[in-house]
Design a protein around this ligand. Structure first.
Ligand code: CMP
Length: 228
């Protein structure tokens, strides 16, 4: 249980809880392991639990017959599935699928409500995350409305590097394996258009793609090109 408490300590949602309080919450979490590409739930499903990510990355997305738009990637220390939990009449607002092999902890509505009532600081942390997600959604609306495909794609790469990049030599590696289709899904474009831009950025020596991971040779220049 101590290992689990160590993990919970790195979850910003629980950062105000004491060691004893984390010890109380730890046994109430259900651990689940999933392979890459596992559909966790669909948009519109009822939702009785929320999830914390211990390891891996989960894709939150909506789709129609032809295309999908990725709303967010949720990584270690982050959570998802709280919206249907808090608004039971509204069901899941988007689908969730693992992008890599994942270790997730699920938390039932009754347990989460009990903890929110006992520790109101959790509500403030929840609000902070929700506001950041609203800001990101506003950015996504802005980008889709006002920016051309190339700029949107460069912005996507820069944002991913900021959120999930690890320093490697003089550059930054986005440490998540992603297909062109998935990158297109974040930037809100087609796979063909995304592939063209990725190809030209590679030819310009700004990025290298290896084993589905993007390495940014020149983060500063890309940020400038993205108008950020
Ligand atoms: P829920 O609606 O239960 O299921 C889908 C989950 O995806 C949702 O809870 C949130 O946790 C998450 N989610 C939905 N929309 C966004 C968004 N725009 N940004 C980040 N996460 C989101």
């Amino acid at each position: 249980m101590e290992t689990r408490v160590g993990l919970l300590r790195n979850v910003p949602l629980f950062q105000d809880l004491s060691h004893e309080e984390l010890l109380a919450i730890a046994p109430l979490l259900q651990e689940n392991r999933y392979n890459r590409g596992k559909l966790l739930f669909m948009e519109g499903d009822p939702g009785e639990e929320m999830f914390l990510v211990e390891k891996g990355v989960v894709k939150i997305y909506r789709f129609d017959d032809e295309r999908e738009i990725i709303l967010a990637l949720i990584g270690p220390g982050e959570f998802f599935g709280e919206m249907a939990l808090i608004q039971p009449s509204a069901n899941r607002s988007a689908a969730a699928e693992t992008l890599e092999s994942c270790v997730l902890y699920s938390l039932s509505r009754s347990v989460f409500y009990e903890f929110m009532e006992k520790h109101p600081r959790i509500c403030i942390r929840l609000l902070e995350t929700t506001m950041q997600r609203l800001r990101n959604a506003n950015d996504q609306i802005y980008n889709l409305t006002f920016l051309d495909v190339r700029t949107r794609l460069i912005r996507t790469i820069v944002r991913l590097a900021e959120e999930r990049g690890v320093k490697l030599g003089d550059g930054l590696l986005i440490d998540v394996r992603m297909t062109h289709q998935q990158i297109a899904g974040i930037a809100g474009t087609t796979r063909e258009s995304a592939s063209k831009v990725l190809q030209s950025l590679t030819e310009e020596g700004l990025i290298v793609i290896e084993n589905k991971r993007i390495f940014l040779n020149d983060y500063k220049k890309l940020k400038e090109m993205a108008g950020l």
